[in-house]
Design a protein around this ligand. Sequence first.
Ligand code: NAP
Length: 291
Amino acid sequence: MKIGFIGLGQMGSGMAANLVAAGHDLAVYNRSRQKAESFAKGKVRVAASPADAATGAEVVISMLADDHAVSEVVFGEQGLASALGKDAIHVSSSTISVALARRLTVEHGQRGQGFLSVPVFGRPEAAASAKLIIVMAGDERAIDKCKPVGDVLGRQTFVVGAEPWQANAVKVSGNFMIASMLETFGEAFAVMGKAGIERQKFLEIMTELFGSPVYKNYGTMMADQKFEPAGFALKLGLKDVKLAIEAAEGLQAPLPLASLLRDQLISALAHGQEKLDWSSLALVAARNAGL
Ligand code: NAP
C-alpha cells in the first residue's frame, strides 16, 4: 500500500520501520528533516512537507507529540489535509484530545477524505517489535481497509466504535489508569523506603500479586530509580492526564483521582523532571516522605 508516514519520533520510527519491513511503499515526513533522512533507506522517500507525504497516498499515518503538532501538520501551510486525495484516509495514532479527533472527523469529511483514530498502547520497544496494542474507531469501510496495516504494527487490534473520538477516549482513560498505577506504586515505594524494605523485594511481591507487564516494567524502573532515557517523557504524561480530565468533563464523568495526578505531575515538572520518564512520578512521593 502507498503510505505517507508523518512523525518519526520514538514511537513513529519503530512503527514506520515495521511498515517498510512488511513491504509497504512509504513516504516519510518529520519536522526535523535529519530524522527522516537517516530513516530513509532503499525505497523510502523523504517528503518535503506533510502535503508532499500525503500526495498520492492511500493512507497517511500521523504519530506526533500532541494536539498542537497534529493541528499544524494537518491544517498548517503545506498541511496534509490540503493534499490528501478523496477517499484516502488519515490515520491519527498520536495521543490527542477527544475534541481534536471530533474536529478532524468533520474537516476531513468535508473534504471527502476518510479519518480514523488509531491510538496505541505500548512503549517505544513495543513499537519497534510490532507488539503495540492498537485501538481503532471510525467508519467501517475505512477500518476494513486499515486493519491489515494495524496488524503489521501491533499484537492485537481492538475496534471500539464508529466515531473516531471514541478510540481517543479509550486511550486517555487507559493512560489515566497507568498514571494511577505509577502514583500508587511510587507512594508505596516511599513507605517501603521508610520501613527499611528493599525496593526490589517489594517489587517481586507486587509483580507476583498483579502479574502484569505494566506493573513489572514500570515497577522495575522505579525500583532501579532509572528514569533516563525516558521512553515516555513526564511532560507527555501530564498532557495525557489533562486530556483524560478534559474528555471526562465533556462526558460529565468526574475523575477525581486524575485531578490529583495532574498536581503530582506538575510538582514533578517544578522539580525539573520534564525529560525524565513519567515513572519518575515516584520521586514526588519520595520527596513528600522526606526521602
Ligand atoms: P517524540 O519522540 O517526542 O516524537 C514526537 C514527534 O512529533 C516528532 O516526530 C516531532 O518532530 C513531532 N512534532 C512535535 N511537535 C511538532 C510540531 N509542532 N510540528 C510537527 N511535528 C512535531 O514522542 P513519542 O514518544 O514518539 O510519542 C508520539 C505520540 O505517541 C504522542 O502523542 C504520545 O503521547 C504517544 N504515545 C507515546 C508512547 C511512548 O511510550 N513514548 C506510547 C504510546 C503513545 P521533531 O523530531 O522535529 O521534534
